[in-house]
Design a protein around this ligand. Structure first.
Ligand SMILES: [Zn+2]
Ligand SMILES: [Zn+2]
Length: 113
């Protein structure tokens, strides 16, 4: 699971839909109470950005005419975030590194830039 955190318009269809699904999976992981430490150590997620990021991706999907049928409850996500025994507020994705990695992997995203 990975939050790329680049401007949503840059993402190709695959990566836009992929990051959106992975945000829902991340919330599922949190509902199960699983650790986020591995994702944080690998700089893959930004927990306190989940709601905003989900909604930004969903809006981009709608703008492109894709269907979005999976709202996310900010109250539920905030409650889950606060239930973690370690501080998540300062966890940020390094967007420069993430952009570099995305463009390395995907010509389509790179070409949209
Ligand atoms: Zn959704
Ligand atoms: Zn892509």
């Amino acid at each position: 699971m990975r939050m790329w955190m680049v401007a949503p318009r840059i993402l190709c269809r695959k990566h836009l839909l992929g990051e959106h699904v992975e945000i829902h999976m991340l919330v599922g992981t949190m509902k199960k109470g699983h650790s986020l430490k591995g994702y944080i150590a690998n700089n893959l997620i930004e927990p306190w950005a989940i709601i905003q990021r989900h909604n930004d991706l969903a809006n981009e999907m709608i703008n492109r005419g894709y269907r979005h049928l999976s709202p996310i409850s900010s109250m539920q996500v905030n409650t889950l975030l606060m239930s973690y025994p370690y501080e998540l507020k300062d966890v940020r994705v390094d967007v420069r590194a993430s952009t570099f990695e995305l463009f390395r992997r995907c010509n389509e995203c790179s070409n949209r830039h």
